[in-house]
Design a binder for this molecule. Structure first.
Ligand code: ATP
Length: 204
């Protein structure tokens, strides 16, 4: 999967709509301290489904919304869109998400209303977005996204945490989620079958 474009509006210091095209090859972002370089990486992790406000340097998730300055009022929403391209055979078509081609994932948060996700303009669940990125061996916790302090966290990680990182890098993290779902469905079906047996026994 290749990330082609990032669009931000009202996200942290990016109060005005901003668009970044990411061309093939190496992309560097340079700027003075505090200009928003880390906010860009956080926007990528956020649109991929990051659920921890703390890991985005905030106390609550609404802290990603532009908080205002002495000269500009705060915003009521933040929105980030990431345009990605999957090559044929690279992905799995699921829950309205196509298997290949250009896929635009959007996350929007409104004050008091929480987050919502869209893929190519259609509403999807947070879980679908998480699976989409997990299948592509990336996601909000991907070891490919190295934020400040991450290196020392990797060095200090427990063996189980390192295993999780390796599984995410290998693109198999989504399989665990699907297995859990399948097991839940199996248990629900077994309960239904038991109930049907009881009803049949009552009728005999
Ligand atoms: P450094 O080079 O020092 O690491 P940086 O370029 O990575 O800096 P960031 O940490 O991305 O900069 O950006 C910090 C800036 O973002 C600060 O000026 C901070 O006030 C601003 N900022 C963070 N959250 C919000 C918010 N919700 N609303 C408005 N501004 C915000």
């Amino acid at each position: 999967m290749r990330i082609k474009r990032l669009k931000l509006s009202g996200f942290k210091s990016f109060v005005e709509p901003a668009e970044l095209r990411i061309e093939p090859g190496l992309t560097g972002v340079v700027g003075p301290n505090g200009c928003g370089k880390s906010n860009l990486l956080e926007a990528i992790r956020w649109v991929m489904g990051e659920g921890s406000a703390k890991s985005l340097r905030g106390a609550g998730m609404e802290d990603v919304i532009f908080a205002g300055t002495a000269t500009r009022p705060s915003r009521d929403f933040a929105e980030v869109s990431l345009l990605a391209e999957r090559a044929a055979g690279e992905g799995v078509a699921e829950s309205g998400i196509p298997a290949d081609g250009e896929i635009e994932v959007t996350r929007r948060i409104e004050r008091g209303a929480g987050s919502a996700y869209r893929v190519n303009g259609r509403d999807v669940r947070a879980k679908d977005v998480a699976l989409f990125f997990a299948d592509a061996a990336t996601g909000a916790h991907s070891p490919a996204l190295v934020s400040q302090g991450k290196i020392s966290a990797v060095i200090a990680a427990k063996p189980t945490e390192r295993r999780q990182m390796l599984e995410e890098a290998a693109g198999i993290a989504g399989l665990h989620v699907r297995r859990k779902d399948a097991e839940q469905k199996l248990r629900a079906t077994e309960t239904n079958l038991t109930r049907i047996d009881e009803l049949l026994a009552d009728m005999e």
